[in-house]
Design a protein around this ligand. Structure first.
Ligand SMILES: *[C@@H]1O[C@H](CO)[C@@H](O)[C@H](O)[C@H]1NC(C)=O
Ligand SMILES: *[C@@H]1O[C@H](CO)[C@@H](O)[C@H](O)[C@H]1NC(C)=O
Length: 310
């Protein structure tokens, strides 16, 4: 006999335990990674990259070319760049990547300000092929400028952070410049694991009736996307299901609108259960990581004795 349980279950990722671990990986002077466990469920890796950016307008092979705007370096001047990023301050030092994108003089004031729309694509070590995207304002005459990191690809997928730029050489005649960059990018770490004991409620509202608890773990098991491994028991407290559990083992790509996860078994009234759960995130806070997820669970059991008791 088949039966289905489809009263809406709401699943809240609420609390996390504090855990302190710190791992530092070194890849020479170009980069280092520090992973810091802020909470058990949100372990973030901070990557610090240090390199030099060479913006060359002069000579036969400029890496910055004006594509629009009036003569000189004035409001409206627009440049496309494919600039070398090197480990040391000299252009001949080891190439670690390229800065590709554009900058536009966007200020009419005396203090020139550039809008930077640039992707920093790296070729060095583990970062080969990964990139970081920067979108920000660059008042070039200031000693240190800060630009937001708005995203990335590869190892920097879902990254956020900031870049600090400091000009170490500027040729007023040609416009050539060498700029030192310190770039800090943060992302949630592959392998981050959390233990959960989250309430399952009947309705969305806080204070709504608790029908069970989700107890188990989830871990970031994908290096390329938001795929979590879920190993979880739903332990029910409500009515005839009080004391019965359902076990979930599956992949949960949390950024997908709806995720399907297999129900691999159960206990009590759900003994021998098979089925699937559909999860849909109703609320998510980027700042805290708290989430409310709606679950619709469909199960088949080989026993029908309990159906009357529901
Ligand atoms: C980076 O990756 C490209 C393409 O996969 C490869 O040709 C190149 O040798 C790699 N460079 C380094 C420094 O590993
Ligand atoms: C569920 O079962 C436990 C232990 O058997 C009992 O203490 C509790 O009152 C029951 N809850 C409900 C809502 O029936």
């Amino acid at each position: 006999m088949a039966s289905s349980l489809n009263f809406p279950l709401f699943f809240t990722f609420l609390l996390a335990t504090l855990l302190t671990t710190s791992i530092t990986t070194n890849y020479g002077t170009f980069s280092d990674e520090v992973s810091e466990a802020i909470t058990l469920k949100r372990i973030e890796i901070t990557t610090h990259l240090h390199f030099y950016f060479h913006d060359i307008l002069s000579g036969k092979n400029p890496t910055a070319v004006k594509i629009a705007g009036p003569l000189g370096f004035v409001f409206g001047s627009t440049f496309v760049i494919d600039d070398a990023l090197t480990e040391g301050p000299k252009l001949t030092s080891k190439l670690v990547g390229r800065a590709q994108g554009m900058y536009v003089f966007v200020s009419r004031e005396d203090n020139p300000e550039l809008l930077m729309v640039v992707t920093y694509i790296f070729v060095e070590g583990p970062y080969n092929g990964s990139s970081i995207s920067v979108l920000g304002q660059n008042p070039v005459l200031n000693d240190v400028r800060e630009f937001p990191v708005v995203g990335g690809s590869g190892l920097f997928r879902l990254a956020r952070g900031y870049a600090l730029a400091h000009t170490i050489m500027f040729d007023f005649k040609t416009g050539d410049a060498t700029v030192e960059y310190n770039l800090l990018g943060q992302k949630i770490a592959f392998g981050a694991t959390a233990m959960a004991d989250d309430p399952l409620t009947e309705e969305l509202e806080p204070g709504s009736k608790v029908v069970g608890r989700a107890q188990g773990m989830y871990a970031l098991a994908s290096q390329r996307d938001s795929g979590l491994l879920m190993v979880m028991n739903f332990a029910f407290l409500e009515g005839g299901f009080n004391g019965s559990t359902l076990s979930i083992l599956g992949r949960n790509r949390v950024l997908d609108p709806v995720r399907e996860m297999p129900i691999v078994g159960g206990s009590g009234l759900f003994m021998f259960a098979r089925g699937y759960a559909l999860a849909r995130t109703v609320r998510y806070s980027l700042k805290t990581g708290d989430a409310v997820v709606e679950y619709n669970v469909f199960v088949t059991t080989s026993c029908n004795a309990w159906i009357e008791s529901f």
